[in-house]
Design a protein around this ligand. Structure first.
Ligand SMILES: Nc1ncnc2c1ncn2[C@@H]1O[C@H](COP(=O)(O)OP(=O)(O)OP(=O)(O)O)[C@@H](O)[C@H]1O
Ligand SMILES: [Mg+2]
Length: 664
């Protein structure tokens, strides 16, 4: 852990000092042992030869008992060498004959190193407390007779001192080596640290988003210069800062094609690499520079692609959002992922909250069978085109719609997701129906004109003759009653025929500016009293600012009368009829609404009420022409007639007519 905290400088110092110290120790310890051994041996040899010399020279002196001379000889002997501490001679009985001690002879020395029998000499290591000493004992012999023993004390302390001074010298030398190593280490460390710090600063710049940093020193030469290359298409050609082994797709014959790593591995055998590559830090710096360059290039490309994607996204988003049809995207489960604004309005969601909660395509289908059918085709073919279905809005209403969709399907046949368009064709379908209706009316008009014309005259004759015969018959007779029945039915027939002729005949429409409120009021005035007698209340709500319309007053009154009569006939007992008008300033249309609380119209009847002669009333009570005539009149005025009805609750008939905008 400590080494982790040390900087590179510290590590290099520690490393070099440790190496020097370890080397010094490894040298000093054996050297000390060897030197100690050699010095001790040499000193012992010297001491031994001195002791032998003393023994040889002391033979005669001992025999002559010249102890003064003996002492003088021994003093000279110890003065001749620094290593000799003392010397003494014992006689045969072990008595001291002479010694070199100044402060008296230490008696213990007499017996401390006896020469074992059969041995020519003896050496004993002694610790006197003050000094370490080798005591060398050599016999003084004449022939085989032993006259005494010469003892010579060789100081070991002095040898140790020599060794210690040698060790000190070595320690000083090692210290110097450590100093030199530190200085060299500092030099190396500084060089490495400067380069590493440069890399570190550069990496911080990169982190801050600056990718223009350069950390490697400028190369002395470039591959294309050194190799005399003329391959101008090579990405390394003309490049002075980058190393060719860091450039992808180089065209040098010695380069290997392939990915960057593969290529750069192959570069290690290239002559230029061997010439121009530096140490590991330089390689790191060059790779770092190559990496930032590549990163910059990649970011540039990413930015460019991002912009292209943004432009494309905006374009397709615009198409998506501005489409007048519902455009949607669903996931593999058919859940809506995205719906354009038209789609949201169509679904009457207004927001995508339900989509987020897993609102899916199947939810907009009114009939699950229709959905299953379309889904099957989507899976089998991958698409469906212009498939009509009934769309159920979130508000519960229904629309006729066309679906075109395509799906991505994986090889296992699983749907991954779909996109599609839903077109609201309710209005188109209504118009088609209205066209059909208009067509029916036109052909029927032609037919009925001919038939009515043919029937009208005979009917007139029948009625005339019946009335003539009635005059001649007494009122109480049976014949009179029969003739009355004929007259009644003939009149009915005539009414129908006249209505038919009215319907078919292209009576000239005299268009004037009509005050619709006023026209309606005239109709209501006629019927109100009679209706109220039957318990039917008639309410009116007129828009006071209702603009005028251009039309035929009588025909418009006829439309209102038909609607009011139908409303009255739908109410069996008491009830209410509301006749109202309103103006829509945006569409510039006025609406006449006739609402009743009558029986309402069941769905199967609703589709047929504008058909000529369609009636649900008993024979003689309705011709079934009221609404179809009204329809024709409204169309003639450029308007629309619509119905909204619920069985048992009542009906609402709305007539919309274009208003006349008068200049203010
Ligand atoms: N307000 C209404 N309430 C209930 N049903 C209605 C209403 N208006 C029209 N109908 C239905 O539409 C049918 C056709 O109406 P239409 O006015 O064309 O003919 P009619 O009323 O039956 O006969 P006519 O108008 O010739 O007397 C009616 O028979 C009735 O079933
Ligand atoms: Mg009617």
């Amino acid at each position: 852990m400590m080494t982790m905290k040390l900087g590179i400088r510290g590590k290099i110092y520690c490393g070099m000092i440790s190496i020097v110290l370890l080397t010094g120790l490894m040298i000093a310890v054996p050297v000390r042992i060897m030197v100690e051994r050699a010095l001790s041996q040499e000193s012992l040899n010297k001491g031994m030869s001195m002791a032998l010399t003393l023994a040889a020279r002391s033979q005669d002196i001992i025999l002559g008992m010249d102890f003064l001379y003996l002492k003088e000889m021994m003093d000279k002997a110890i003065q001749s060498s620094n290593d000799v501490s003392y010397s003494f001679i014992l006689n045969q009985q072990g008595q001291v004959l002479s010694h070199t001690f100044h402060n008296g002879f230490p008696v213990e020395l007499r017996t401390v190193n006896p020469i074992p029998a059969g041995q020519p000499s003896s050496i004993r290591f002694l610790d006197t407390g003050k000094e370490l000493i080798y005591d060398i004992a050599v016999p003084v012999l004449i022939g085989d007779m032993r006259l005494g023993t010469v003892h010579l004390g060789l100081s070991k302390t002095r040898i140790s001192r020599t060794i210690n001074s040698l060790l000190w010298t070595m320690a000083v030398l090692i210290g110097c080596a450590v100093l030199i190593a530190s200085l060299i280490g500092a030099g190396f460390a500084d060089q490495i640290i400067r380069r590493v710090q440069k890399l570190h600063r550069a990496s911080e710049q990169v982190l801050k988003g600056n990718l223009d940093v350069i950390t490697a020193p400028c190369p002395r030469t470039a591959c294309w210069k050194l190799m005399g290359c003329r391959s101008e298409k090579c990405p390394a050609y003309g490049e002075d800062r980058q190393r060719c082994w860091n450039v992808e797709g180089t065209l040098c014959p010695s380069c290997r094609a392939g990915e960057y790593a593969e290529k750069s591995d192959a570069c290690r055998n290239c002559r230029f690499y061997r010439d121009a590559s530096g140490d590991e830090i330089q390689a790191l710096a060059e790779s770092f520079d190559a990496m930032t360059r590549s990163l910059k290039h990649t970011i540039f490309q990413l930015e460019a692609s991002k912009k292209t994607i943004e432009v494309s996204e905006k374009k397709y988003r615009r198409i998506f959002e501005s489409s007048m049809d519902m455009v949607f995207v669903t996931d593999s489960q058919g859940r809506f992922l995205d719906i354009n604004q038209t789609g949201k309005t169509m679904l009457q969601g207004g927001s995508l909250t339900r989509t987020a909660n897993g609102f899916s395509l199947s939810d907009v289908f009114s009939s699950p069978f229709e959905y299953a059918d379309i889904q099957q085709d989507l899976i089998q073919q991958g698409f469906v085109k212009d498939r009509e279905f009934t769309l159920k809005t979130l508000a519960g209403s229904e629309l006729q719609a066309l679906l075109s969709s395509s799906c991505q399907i994986d090889p296992a046949g699983e749907v991954l997701g779909c996109e599609g368009i839903i077109k609201d064709i309710t209005q188109r379908r209504n118009m088609e129906q209205q066209l059909l209706q208009a067509d029916k009316l036109a052909s029927l008009g032609q037919l009925s004109a001919g038939v009515a014309h043919e029937i009208n005259n005979p009917l007139g004759l029948i009625l005339g003759y019946t009335q003539l015969m009635l005059r001649e018959e007494p009122e109480s007779s049976q014949k009179y009653e029969d003739l009355k029945t004929i007259e009644k039915h003939t009149r009915n027939c005539k009414t129908i025929v006249e209505a038919l002729l009215n319907f078919a005949r292209k009576t000239e429409t005299k268009k004037v500016l009509v005050d619709v409120n006023c026209a309606i009021e005239q109709v209501i005035t006629v019927i109100r009293h009679q209706f109220e007698l039957s318990g039917i209340v008639v309410n009116t709500r007129y828009d006071p600012d209702l603009p005028q319309v251009l039309g035929d007053t009588e025909k418009l009154k006829q439309v209102v009368m038909n609607l009011v009569m139908n409303a009255r006939q739908s109410i069996s007992k008491a009830g209410k009829i509301i006749v109202s008008t309103r103006y829509d300033s945006i569409s510039h249309k006025i609406t006449i609404a006739v609402e009743d609380t009558g029986s309402g119209i069941p769905p199967h009847v609703l589709t047929r009420i504008f058909d000529p002669f369609f009636t649900t009333k008993p024979t003689g009570q309705g011709t079934g022409l009221g609404l179809s005539v009204s329809y024709g009149i409204v169309k003639e005025h450029g308007g629309e007639i619509m119905v909204d009805s619920e069985p048992e609750k009542g009906s609402l008939f709305s007539v919309t007519l274009p208003a006349v905008i008068q200049a203010p």
